[in-house]
Design a protein. Structure first.
Length: 491
């Protein structure tokens, strides 16, 4: 009984083993069949890809040869009277002739083809010169189709595998596009069959035909070795399941690698965004004071602050209109930029706030947006230094322009209004009065109101100009700032 049971179990085990062997054999055969199919397709793809790569490199090398020939051979020889550049090149002529680049390319292609008949290099066109009508146009369906397709799609590539001279070959064609340096030559040559060429036109097709025997043999040899390797691995026990697991692992690794690459790209993008944000912040700070810029970034749409006392300076360049009529607009802009750049440096030096420039007028204020107690002294120092800046400018350019400066101290409202082209501006009677001090001032002087004079009278030299009539303000007693009471003024 026990022997019977053992025999039954052995029979069952043998049956299961045979079924497993059969299943593995079937799986192996299916795997081999699929591998052979895939390798056949892969072989075709690799052959085409390698042939396309080779043809593209050949075409690039040939075009580079023509470019080098044109730039390093043709141009240096154009001054030699004994040398003739011609499309109808014939090396047997007694007179020395040099082919133009296009003819050179045709001759080079014929020379390559003569050396290796299986490798064909041709330049053909719908418009060959009369003496090249037989060999210069399309000769077969491939060349006619290439001409038609590439004329409509000049940046594309046209290629396919077909028999050539009774052997498998890869035929590749690309458009030869007319460059600016060649248009005049083609349109003016008396033998040219077409006289209305334009830059970008397809003047011809560069075709490279190469045999596939060598590429096919190398590809098949490599794939054959790979196939035997796969068979050997399969014989040793690699089943379809292990292949699937291996593929899944490979996909997982690729996905993981892509995630890492994408993460790195996002980090780089974030860094770039931070840099762009810093650029935007710097640009905003060139337009607005930092405290005002921060308010705008916080979402405040309308910003207006009242200041009990600030000092405003208006400056206008006298003689600039006459200068503008004597020099070009570009020189005028350069001069004005140099003057105002110097003024900007003084603004930073004394911690003042430049408000704006209007034409050749310059406006600056002290005491805002951050209040200070010595704003009038800072404005006075800047006004005196502005005069020195203009003295240097006149000496440098032998010019005779001057400054008219007006200063006033008083309350003002400053802020930003509107939604576009933000500007930090001032409003109030004190601003208008400062503008009047400039417009009613004298060239080369700094005119101040009594309010500014009262603050600075013990620190600076003034001349009493007396009573003048100011438009919109009536009679006002004004003063001219002449200099400092001490040699060194600290503000």
């Amino acid at each position: 009984m026990q022997h019977l049971i053992s025999g039954s179990l052995a029979a069952i085990g043998k049956l299961v083993y045979k079924r497993v062997i059969l299943a593995v054999t079937i799986l192996f055969c299916v795997g081999v069949a699929i591998a052979m199919t895939n390798m056949s397709e892969l072989s075709s793809t690799l052959i085409t890809s390698q042939a396309l790569q080779n043809a593209t490199l050949y075409a690039q090398a040939i075009k580079e040869a023509r470019t080098l020939y044109s730039s390093d051979a043709i141009k240096p020889l154009t001054t030699a009277n004994a040398i003739s550049f011609t499309h109808d090149y014939n090396p047997t002529k007694t007179k020395v002739t040099v082919p133009v680049p296009a003819t050179f390319l045709i001759e080079l292609g014929q020379h390559i083809t003569n050396k290796n008949p299986e490798l064909s290099v041709r330049l053909y066109s719908n418009y060959p010169f009369p003496w090249r009508e037989k060999e210069g146009g399309a000769k077969d369906n491939f060349e006619r189709e290439a001409l038609s397709y590439l004329t409509k799609n000049p940046t594309a590539k046209f290629f396919r595998r077909e028999d050539y001279l009774g052997k498998p070959a890869f035929r590749y064609a690309e458009a030869d596009i007319l460059t600016p340096s060649c248009v005049n030559c083609h349109n003016t040559n008396s033998y040219s069959p077409k006289k209305d060429w334009k830059v970008g036109d397809v003047r011809g097709i560069l075709e490279i035909t190469q045999p596939l025997n060598t590429i096919t043999q190398k590809t098949h040899s490599g794939l054959k070795n790979l196939f035997f390797l796969l068979v050997g691995l399969s014989v040793l026990g690699i089943s379809g399941l292990s292949l699937a697991i291996s593929r899944l692992r490979q996909n997982a690794k690729q996905l993981e690698q892509r995630v890492r690459e994408r993460t790195a790209q996002l980090q780089e993008t974030n860094i770039e965004l931070v840099k762009e944000q810093e650029k935007s912040d710097r640009l905003l700070l060139n337009i607005l004071p930092e405290s005002i810029a921060n308010k705008l970034k916080d979402g405040q749409n309308t910003i207006a602050d009242a200041f009990a006392e600030v000092t405003i300076l208006f400056a206008d360049i006298v003689g600039f209109t006459v200068l503008s009529s004597q020099i070009s607009a570009e020189e005028l802009l350069i001069f004005l930029n140099e003057i105002f750049s110097g003024f900007d440096s003084l603004t930073e030096k004394y911690g003042l706030e430049k408000i704006k420039t209007i034409g050749d007028a310059y406006m600056v204020v002290g005491g805002l947006p951050n209040p200070s107690t010595n704003h009038a002294e800072k404005i006075a120092e800047m006004a005196l230094d502005m005069q020195q800046e203009l003295v240097k400018f006149n000496a440098k350019y032998q010019a005779a322009i001057n400054l008219r400066i007006g200063i006033n101290t008083g309350p003002a409202i400053a802020g930003v209004i509107g939604t576009k082209k933000f500007i930090y501006d001032l409003w109030g009677d004190a601003v208008n009065t400062a503008a009047r001090m400039e417009s009613h001032g004298l060239p080369g002087t700094i005119q101040v109101t009594k309010s500014t004079y009262d603050i600075l009278r013990n620190k600076y030299l003034f001349e009493d100009r007396g009573i003048i009539h100011v438009k919109g303000k009536g009679d006002m007693n004004t003063y001219l700032l002449a200099g400092r009471l001490v040699s060194s003024q600290s503000v």
